[in-house]
Design a protein around this ligand. Structure first.
Ligand code: NDP
Length: 280
């Protein structure tokens, strides 16, 4: 019977650990405070922002909320970030993505003080990750490493294949697996014979953004399968990039959707807020 990796339970454990750290910091007179900026009222973004604020309340992190109208200009947003960069009582700044089309996301990410970059998207954070220096690591891939470690899955020496090379999941995931001494292959839309590559994986991380694309034909017997995807199927139920029922009989461990990688992202954001206090 494959191991079902329980992201709900592991993320709850991490949030409780963060809660303790936040309380210890408070006892020393240091408050942890996250500023959350949302531009526009995209319903999915509002749900994510709401969940992040709820998690802050649970762990004892103060959250400041900036809900800006859709027509906010890039200059106005950059000026708010500049103001928050200058406030010592604000430890973390999170700008909910995606931003409206008239705003350059890269410019916004670059404007955040790297020490307050709790998403780990700033070029300095990514650079630090690449060369193994202290910094904040992007939440979803950091959460996947925690899932593997806390489920007793060894990474060192394993063949790790990542499907997807986005800046927020695929690339940092590959670097983190490498840092844990995995032998890493990154695949993408131009990879020739994807199945041949993925069938070599002891650990297969799927961040392809295509509902249920990965069936058992892509998976080696006994592989660990991590499903990053989140989609709603035709019945409005959540599903991942992996065809869970099809892959379950051949893998040794798998993350379900929901209840796998998803809850880890917010738990790691809470962890990163405390980390940014340490970096400051
Ligand atoms: P992107 O769309 O940015 O990246 C998808 C990647 O998959 C690209 O690198 C693309 O290649 C590659 N790809 C697309 N089609 C194929 C194919 N047929 N064969 C091989 N590779 C392919 O997605 P994200 O990385 O942002 O997200 C991936 C998934 O994870 C989504 O479902 C998203 O919703 C989910 N997600 C979940 C999170 C969570 O908290 N659980 C957080 C973030 C994302 P190329 O570069 O060549 O175009």
């Amino acid at each position: 019977m494959p191991q079902i990796i329980d992201g709900k339970q592991i993320s709850a454990q991490i949030k409780d650990e963060v809660k303790e750290k936040v309380a210890a910091l408070k006892a020393q007179g240091t408050m942890v405070c996250l500023a959350v900026i949302q531009v526009g009222a995209d319903p999915a973004s509002s749900v994510y922002v709401g969940n992040k604020k709820k998690a802050c309340a649970y762990v004892g992190i103060e959250s400041l909320s900036y809900e800006l109208p859709e027509e906010t200009s890039q200059e106005e947003l950059l000026s708010l970030i500049d103001e928050l960069n200058g406030k010592p009582e604000v430890n973390g700044i999170l700008v909910q993505l995606p931003l409206p089309g008239h705003i350059d996301e890269d410019a916004v990410i670059r404007a955040i003080d790297p020490k307050k970059d709790v998403d780990g998207f700033h070029p300095q954070s990514v650079g630090a990750l690449c060369i193994g220096q202290p910094g904040v690591v992007s939440c979803t891939p950091a959460g996947i490493i925690e899932l593997l470690k806390r489920s007793g899955i060894e990474i060192a020496g394993k063949e790790c294949v990542v499907i997807g090379r986005s800046n927020i999941v695929g690339k940092p995931m590959a670097i983190l697996l490498l840092r844990e001494n995995g032998t890493v292959t990154v695949t993408h839309s131009r990879t020739r014979d994807l199945k041949e590559v993925t069938r070599r994986a002891d650990i297969l991380v799927v961040a392809v953004g295509k509902p249920k694309m990965i069936t058992k034909e892509y998976v080696k017997d006994g592989a660990v399968v991590i499903d990053v995807g989140i989609h709603r199927n035709e019945n409005h139920k959540l599903c991942g990039d992996v065809d869970y029922e099809d892959v379950l009989p051949v893998c040794s461990a798998i993350t379900p959707v929901p209840g796998g990688v998803g809850p880890m992202t917010i738990a790691m954001l809470m962890y990163n807020c405390v980390r940014s206090v340490e970096l400051q």
